[in-house]
Design a protein around this ligand. Structure first.
Ligand code: DX5
Ligand code: ZN
Length: 218
């Protein structure tokens, strides 16, 4: 199996010191940036200006997770300011394929996110337009929630399609990933593990990244 990838979520970091938070997890693979607009989810975080500044503050690839309405309008901007991966929610998009193509044309990976209650099967056909699939394992909006193992069949379904050669994408999981839950997600076939509170709530965030990666290895 390829090396598991860890993407610490800065949602659980100190927003006054985001550069220092990125430095603390420099051994991570991606830095996960949760963009919330207080409409798609009942919480508000940050947007384009902060991502633009963060891009200058770290060499880590920025994994932007847009929990916003109207991603068809806004998502490409995150690619233009240098995000490596721009993931938006299928529940919010009117034209997921057009938006994915715009993101890719701007030089970033395109990602599709599904909430816990959203089935994956109807979207298997459009996934060829994407580089990542983000399976939410909590209701989007807040860090520190309990992992929902009932989403793992979606991970297994995506993994089957990737392994059969029907799709080529990173399978990412987001929500409630910790030392207690990461192994079951890895077993289901996840490539990229987002972890917020389990990393930035730890005394040593860098060591937490290494520990999670170790546990996710077969
Ligand atoms: C929640 C966000 C997650 C969040 C995960 O809506 O998408 O990225 O930061 O936090 P933990 O790992 O604490 O569940
Ligand atoms: Zn997220």
């Amino acid at each position: 199996a390829p090396e598991p990838m860890i993407a610490p979520s800065i949602l659980s970091a100190d927003f006054a010191h985001l550069g220092a938070a990125a430095d603390a997890v420099s051994r991570a693979d991606w830095l996960h940036v949760d963009v919330m607009d207080n409409h798609f989810v009942p919480n508000l975080t940050l947007g384009l200006p902060v991502v633009r500044s963060l891009r200058q503050a770290t060499d880590l690839p920025l994994d932007c997770h847009l929990m916003i309405d109207d991603p068809d309008r806004w998502a490409v901007g995150y690619a233009e300011v240098g995000a490596a991966n721009v993931t938006f929610h299928v529940e919010a998009a009117a034209d997921p394929v057009g938006t994915a193509r715009a993101i890719r044309s701007a030089g970033a990976f395109a990602g599709l996110a599904v909430k816990p209650g959203t089935p994956l099967a109807p979207y298997l056909d459009v996934l060829k337009e994407f580089d990542t699939l983000l399976v939410m394992s909590v209701e989007p909006g807040f860090g520190g929630q309990t992992f929902m193992a009932e989403v793992l069949p979606k991970v297994r379904l995506a993994r089957q399609h990737v392994n059969a050669g029907h799709l080529r994408l990173f399978i990412e999981i987001d929500g409630g990933i910790s030392a207690d839950t990461i192994e079951q997600a890895a077993e289901a076939g996840v490539d990229v593990f987002v972890a917020g509170s389990a990393v930035f709530g730890a005394a040593d965030p860098g060591a937490a990244v290494s520990h999670l990666r170790e546990l996710a290895r077969d």
